[in-house]
Design a protein. Sequence first.
Length: 471
Amino acid sequence: MSKSEIGLIGLGTMGAALASNIADNGFRIAVWNRTTSVTQAFHRDAGTLADRITPTETLEDFVAAIETPRAIIVMVPAGDAVDEQIARLRPLLGDDDLIIDAGNANFHDTNRRAEASGDLPYLGIGVSGGEEGARFGPSIMGGGRKVYWDRVSHVLEKIAADYEGEPCAAWMGEAGAGHFVKAVHNGIEYCDMQLISEAYGVMRDGLAMDATEIATVFDGWNDGVLKSYLIEISGKVAAATDPATGKPMLEVIVDAAGQKGTGRWTVIEAQHLGAPIPGIEAAVVARNLSSRRDERARGEEIFGAAPRRIDRDAIDMDTLERALIAGKILSYAQGFTMIAAASEQFGWKLPLPEIARVWREGCIIRSAMLNDMADALTEDASRNLMFAPYFTRHLEDTHDALRTVVALGATHGIAMPALSSCLAYFDAMRTARGTANMIQGQRDFFGAHGFERIDGGTGQHGPWAMKAQSG
Ligand code: 6PG
């Protein structure tokens, strides 16, 4: 067989799906996995794709099976495994061979690896869409030197999802830019999932709706403004029955959410950037809190269960839907403003409209709204999405519903960290004169930090400073 056009290392769930996708799109691919039996099984099970796949048992054979200059995708768990893999692979490669880390790397690691690669070709690409996306069309966010992206973009664009004929794959910028954008994608993903789970809480705890009714509501929402992958799968999750007990699946799943770290990285980075993303932060906090099951049970023992039932007349499904629409717009707005802040800070020139475009299909946060976001950011990429006329109109129609739902949560003891944080973000962002003048007064009082006066003059001090000096 002729040599492979590309290689892939790491045949775990995502790597195997991506390799099959590449072969399915007509490319010849060499694969290697640390455990040879995994490589053999992958090839054996590849069916009609097997002809395009070259399974290899040693890294040397793997490298030899690929056309030069080589392009090699590394799909191993993020962290040390990537460094170890690169360290083993690089000595076997020529100076023009390209390594592409397609895992969920922390973008600081990608920056470091890109720097350490010097002139040796290296890309870090964010891949979203879970196993199904990887197999049939993910969303791909590329980072590294553009010249290397251009070398493999014909493959990546072909295997990516497409939105009305446009590939959901694009170059985001130098070094860790692709993995940074992927991290913010995941931050928005966390917030979207949390917002949906809070709406589920209103239905389950506030309105005593059963899982089947809840599934019907999600299905209905998926025909409207909220149309998205996460709403769609929430309906499917709510509708599913546990084969072992016959109960709704949701009743048998423990209420403690896992996390691999990307949401946390987004929040940490947002703090460094001074970018306000309270909804995303709340979603990460909610996951952390969800794992404290014993403490929560202890709290319920001490304080009693929250008075949860809401009068059916107090809220209808339309209000809840509109609250979720507001929350979702505000959550994406926060994510995009964080990307804009990073773009400036890191000198990346991140292409905001293009980011919205590559998220329209394939990725976990794909949603009908993203096409309108792409349009709004094309008009003006520097503007918070809240202030783009299309989304301003939506928020005018929905923020009162968000207020109603959050108020009901507060009076009925239903925790709504993401919905309430998004509402606080909205209110803060529409308040021309906030309350930080008090904070500035306090800072000056105890630390003589100085403040700016509204009638002019920076580095000013209040009368308390004079008192301290004279005393
Ligand atoms: C994607 C997902 C994916 C994510 C894991 C779970 O875009 O395909 O974001 O990359 O990492 O599915 O992430 P958590 O364990 O952090 O929830």
